[in-house]
Ligand binder design. Structure first.
Ligand code: DX5
Ligand code: ZN
Length: 220
C-alpha cells in the first residue's frame, strides 16, 4: 500500500495540533518530521521535544527525517520521544551498518536518505538491511522548493535494485511534490509520498490531503 506523509515543516506551528488533526482526519498515513540542526543543512527546525508533543496528540506513526550532524548521538532520544520511522543521511554516517542495526534494535523502521547528487549505486552494500530508502528530490533544508527531475530516474533505479535482490524496502520521495508531479513519482515506483508546502500552504488542507490520497490509493 502506498502512503502519504505530510511534512509539518510548512505547518503553522502555533496551531500545530489543530493542523495535525486536520491531516489525520483527512487520511494522512504518517507525519513527516524534518529535524534540522543548522550544521548538516542551512536551517534549524526542532528536536525531540516537539516530536514527543506531537506523539501525545496523534495516533499516526511519526516519520523522523534527521538532517543533523552525528545522528548516532541522537537515535536513543528520538526513539524515546516517539519516532516510529527514523532516517539518517548516507552523506553523514560513517558506520551506517551499525547505525541502521541500532535503529532496528530499538524496534523502529530504519531508513537511509540520499541527497539529490548522491547515487543510488552507493547503497548496494546496505540495501538489504534497511526498511526504507528516502530519496531527496530537493536539496535538503527548506520546504517549497522545485522538484529535481533526475529523482524520477533514481526511484526507478531503486525499484530495479529491489527486484534484483528480491527485497521489500519502501521507497520514499521527499521534496517538491505537488498534484502536478504526484502521478510521475507514483508511476516511477515511490511508495511513501512526502509533501509539505503543497499541503500546508494550500487554501484547504483537508481537501488537498483527500485529493492526494485519492490519487495515491489508485496505485498499488
Ligand atoms: C526538506 C525536507 C522536506 C520538506 C519538503 O529538507 O526534508 O521534508 O518539508 O517540503 P516540500 O514538499 O515543501 O518540498
Ligand atoms: Zn524531509
Amino acid at each position: 500500500m502506498k502512503l502519504l506523509a505530510p511534512s509539518i515543516l510548512s505547518a503553522d506551528f502555533l496551531n500545530l495540533s489543530q493542523q495535525i488533526k486536520i491531516i489525520e482526519d483527512a487520511g494522512a498515513d504518517l507525519i513527516h518530521c524534518d529535524v534540522m540542526d543548522g550544521q548538516f543543512v542551512p536551517n534549524i527546525t526542532f528536536g525531540p521535544f516537539i516530536i514527543s508533543s506531537i506523539k501525545k496528540v496523534s495516533k499516526l506513526p511519526l516519520d523522523v527525517h534527521l538532517m543533523i550532524k552525528n545522528p548516532e548521538n541522537f537515535i536513543d532520544v528520538f526513539a524515546e520521544s516517539g519516532a516510529d520511522y527514523i532516517s539518517v543521511h548516507y552523506e553523514e554516517v560513517i558506520h551506517l551498518n551499525r547505525l541502521i542495526n541500532k535503529i532496528k534494535d530499538l524496534n523502529k523502521k530504519a531508513g537511509v536518505v540520499l541527497n539529490p547528487s548522491t547515487p543510488v549505486s552507493l547503497l548496494v552494500n546496505i540495501i538489504e538491511y534497511v526498511d526504507f530508502v528516502l530519496l531527496m528530490s530537493v536539496n535538503p533544508g527548506f520546504g517549497g522548493q522545485k522538484f529535481i527531475d533526475s529523482s524520477l530516474r533514481k526511484i526507478k533505479e531503486l525499484v530495479n535494485l529491489r527486484e534484483k535482490f528480491g527485497l521489500n524496502f519502501q521507497i520514499e520521495i521527499d521534496g517538491g511534490i505537488s498534484q502536478e508531479n504526484l502521478k510521475d513519482v507514483l508511476e516511477a515506483g515511490a511508495d511513501i509520498i512526502v509533501a509539505g508546502a503543497s499541503i500546508f500552504n494550500s487554501n484547504d488542507i483537508s481537501s488537498t490531503v483527500s485529493q492526494f490520497k485519492k490519487i495515491i490509493s489508485s496505485y498499488k
